[in-house]
Design a protein around this ligand. Structure first.
Ligand code: GUN
Ligand code: ZN
Length: 448
């Protein structure tokens, strides 16, 4: 048994969903503490009381900082790490011109390992302790992601991205190969340590009906795997799906016919939905993953958070890097706030924080393990500096209550706000703030 550690700070926890149950479902203990041991949260409560009750626990004093569950990024693309912030394309051109050429490189195991390690280090530096990530068609890319996660003790979901049409030759598999390679990866990785396998058809346009059916059959044989894909992201994409699947009632119906809806199904974007699709998403227990920085960056549309939450949908929040423009779930919360404002609703900071932690964990079917601070939960935690830049500090100094002090960090914060990270109960090294990992000569700039 590890020695107990007592972390002192302002402890944020949820005993319900603030979006449907009200902001009081979030609780902040001002002089709080979290007791962890053996990778688990043992309890939390007033600092003075827990110090007295556990005098032998190692003390980590983060007083003044916000202690939260680590962020859970419910949809991202590890292989797009190096092409984040590529300029000026709509979805289909962006895929063809930037994404597919980069994903081709992941046939090289060494490159896959380099990017997987870089990606998870970036996530931890941004306070993200769990992610559901797409890989590439190459099984080596999945091996690289899970091995990098295992080395860091992270709870990561991932899977081989399956495509058997409308992509370059080097990224194409077949229905049978997608099934076989995914099945072999499930046997090797699913539930090994903290790994979770996600069966991953990229999206309807890059799979034949046969491939989707094969993956539906695979999911039926492994129902405790996740299933992740894209749905109703951009209008041109919807037209393409209609042309490729003329018999389908709508976009979701393409997946539904293949057995790819239900609990554990994660649908990225879900912007341009019909009433029928919304009804089936809710009734089937599927999850909708909001990717706000991606939806503005690629120009896809405005997710209907208020309407979908009122429907009773399960909603997670995600960066969708590299279509998304930031690794930071703080920046992602800010974008979710701005998109909700454009639709006439102001999300409370408690609702945004819930989406980035417990809401995303619930969307992944992991709400009883990660995404919250409660006894028995896995000890993935972050300590957040609520005054990480001069601009944030001067605003939070004016705050009259704690949520007002937190909101500037949501709107203006980034990795500089992440003071400490614990994964599986262990404090993880994160880079010192302002650390440069790429020099001018590395990126091909002419000498000054
Ligand atoms: N649709 C299919 N593939 C992708 C992808 O890689 N990123 C985004 N944003 N949408 C997609
Ligand atoms: Zn995506």
């Amino acid at each position: 048994m590890d020695r107990q550690e007592l972390i002192l700070g302002q402890v944020l926890s949820f005993h319900g969903d603030p979006i449907t149950e009200g902001v009081a479902a979030a609780r902040i203990e001002r002089q709080g503490s979290v007791l962890i041991s053996g990778g688990r949260i043992i309890g939390h409560g007033p600092a003075a009381a827990l110090r007295a009750a556990h005098p032998d626990a190692r003390l980590t004093d983060m007083s003044g900082h916000l202690i939260s569950a680590g962020f859970v990024d419910a949809h991202a693309h590890m292989p797009q790490t190096a092409i984040i912030a590529s300029w000026g394309k709509r979805l289909i051109d962006w895929l063809n011109d930037y994404t597919f050429p980069e994903e081709m490189r992941f046939g090289d195991r060494a490159y896959a390992e380099e990017i997987a390690n870089r990606y998870l280090d970036l996530l931890l530096a941004h306070g993200t302790t769990s992610v559901a990530s797409f890989c590439t068609t190459h099984p080596a890319s999945v091996e690289a992601l899970f091995a990098a996660a295992e080395a860091r003790g992270m709870r990561v979901a991932g899977g081989k991205t399956c495509m058997d049409r409308n992509a370059p030759e080097g990224l194409i598999d077949t229905a049978q190969r997608a099934h076989e390679e995914s099945a072999a990866l499930i046997a090797r990785w699913h539930k090994r340590g903290r790994a979770i396998y996600a069966i991953t058809p990229r999206f309807a346009p890059t799979s034949t009906p046969e491939q989707l059916e094969a993956l539906g059959a695979l999911w039926a044989a492994h129902p405790d795997c996740l299933m992740q894909t894209h749905l109703c992201e951009q209008l041109e994409e919807l037209d393409w799906v209609r042309a490729l699947y003329p018999q389908a009632r709508d976009y979701l119906d393409v997946y539904e016919r293949a057995g790819l809806t239900g609990p554990g199904a994660l649908f990225g974007h879900a912007i341009h939905l019909t009433g029928r699709e919304r009804q089936h998403l809710r009734e089937s227990g599927s999850s909708l993953i909001h990717c706000p920085t991606s939806n503005t960056f690629i120009g896809s549309g405005l997710f209907d958070m208020a309407g979908l939450a009122a429907d009773g949908q399960r909603i997670g929040l995600a960066t969708d890097t590299g279509g998304g423009s930031s690794f930071s779930m703080l920046r992602t919360m800010a974008a979710a706030y701005e998109i909700a404002q454009l639709r006439g609703a102001a999300l409370h900071p408690a609702e945004l924080w819930w989406l980035a932690t417990a809401g995303s964990a619930r969307a992944l079917g992991l709400g009883d393990r990660i995404g919250n601070i409660a006894p028995g939960m896995e000890a993935d935690l972050v300590a957040i500096d609520l005054a990480s830049t001069p601009a944030i500090a001067q605003r939070s100094a004016r705050a009259n209550e704690l949520w007002e002090a937190i909101f500037p960090t949501i709107m203006m914060g980034d990795d500089r706000a992440i003071a400490a990270v614990w994964v599986d109960g262990h404090r993880r090294q994160i880079p010192p703030k302002g650390n440069e990992t790429v020099s001018g000569s590395d990126i091909g700039l002419p000498p000054a």
